[in-house]
Ligand binder design. Sequence first.
Ligand code: FAD
Ligand code: NAI
Length: 472
Amino acid sequence: MSKHYDVIVIGGGPAGYVGAIRAAQLGLSTAVVDNFIYKDGEPSLGGTCLNVGCIPSKALLDSSEQYHKVKHTLSAHGIKAKDVELDVKEMIKRKDKVVKDLTGGIAQLFKANKIDWLKGHGKLLDNKQVQVTGQKGEQETYQAENVILAPGSRPIDIEAAPLDGDRIVNSDGALDFDDVPKRLGIIGAGVIGLEMGSVWSRLGSKVVLLEAQDQFLPTVDQRVAKSAQAEFKKQGLDIRFGARVTNAKTAKNVTVHYEDKDGKQSLQVDKLIVCVGRRPNTGDLFSEDANLLLDERGFVNVNEQCETNLPGVYAIGDVVRGPMLAHKGSEEGVMVAELIAGGNGHVNYDTIPWVIYTHPEIAWVGRTEQSLKSAGIPFKSGTFNFGATGRARAMEETAGMVKIIAHAETDRILGVHIVGPQASELIAEAVVAMEFHASSEDLARIIHAHPTLSEAVHEAALSVSKRAIHKA
Ligand code: FAD
Ligand code: NAI
């Protein structure tokens, strides 16, 4: 037995590394075991989010948006750009640098907080021991007072479209195309499908998304989802619903066979991205005699405070129930570190914001109209279109709307749904309001600067009681 720690975290993604930093800040001796190897062959902290998720996808979303703007939308501002050229390799290089800078930054934070980074695969053994297997197979066992499991998740594969690492890829591969595919197929019109579809469509791909369900983004408020769907259609994203992929064959191209309500169909594409959801990383995470309980869906079973069935063993992030979002995992990491140090920790699962970084962006927090209806909760709502705000018009970004839903009797805000420019930033106001149990009347009485996009949030709040100013 080598070393003893107050806390050993398995997994250095946004759940694990944030929990580790908070634990170290609270004076606990802390180590993080992580097995991620970046494409350059180097161990890299930050997990899925920093290496192959949130950060690289947003870097490419931003680059592709800049390109699209210069090429297509700046002319409306009287700016004419000629001979605009695209260098995909340079774009990918910039994305890689953003990733490297940020993952290197976490290594620096670990040093500053005296957190040991144990490079290798971690396995929970009996009695809070953690076995670490290095890249060359060398093994060491450590004793912990507390273990935090934060191994994250990985893409779900489907038999009908096995990955070949070149033409058929998952989200990892979709971040590394070295050229713009002329025709791009995507299986799954969920969050990754829409974000990756947007990137490559803006750069010139003809994108077809095959979605198994009949409804677009069923967990999003349907008025907002419909508004977004109409915008994506205008942008040329071809989303085919009720599509059941039966097989995908690669030769020079990829031929995807699928069935929909009209029968058997096929589609020829140059690249195919499979993004049909993610599953928790529990393989080889714990030994049998550790007796860790999983839930019926294969996630580590935890209570509201992320405690597992084993005293002193916690699990956080994508490996446990709840949305697979970086900020949700990070908050769980902080909560667990506080609890271990003898303090109070809390995550309000009702106010976790979601953002889909398309253009326009989609962002929401709280309940949707359809979920309130099915739960029989009485509500009222107000909407306001960005097109009626001066700022959105000045920006030439008029698509989209804000919708605020409040309880019919108490007026407490139950959900806020935005599709439009900078929805990712605007949603923060709604999260704060809901965290402080605000009513729509509270938001309606708050002064919002003019001219800003946030005036649409203000007007939507006024609209709940039918007194929006700039609405006929
Ligand atoms: P992870 O980030 O998956 O980290 C887990 C780490 O543990 C990994 O490094 C893994 O290699 C390592 N590991 C696993 N098992 C072991 C083991 N036994 N021993 C040692 N190490 C182990 N979320 C957002 O909130 N916003 C976004 O914009 C966003 N964009 C995304 C875009 C894409 C393309 C993808 C795929 C995901 C995106 N997500 C986004 C989701 C987000 O990445 C995850 O919710 C988040 O990374 C989960 O954090 P985590 O710490 O639980 O796990
Ligand atoms: P997803 O659950 O968002 O979407 C998957 C889609 O694929 C669904 O619409 C589903 O109906 C469809 N599908 C499932 N099986 C299918 C099949 N066989 N054929 C056709 N369609 C099928 O999952 P996705 O996009 O893979 O993303 C995984 C998770 O990663 C997200 O749910 C989210 O938690 C996280 N993420 C978050 C982002 C953000 O916060 N902006 C960005 C990207 C990912």
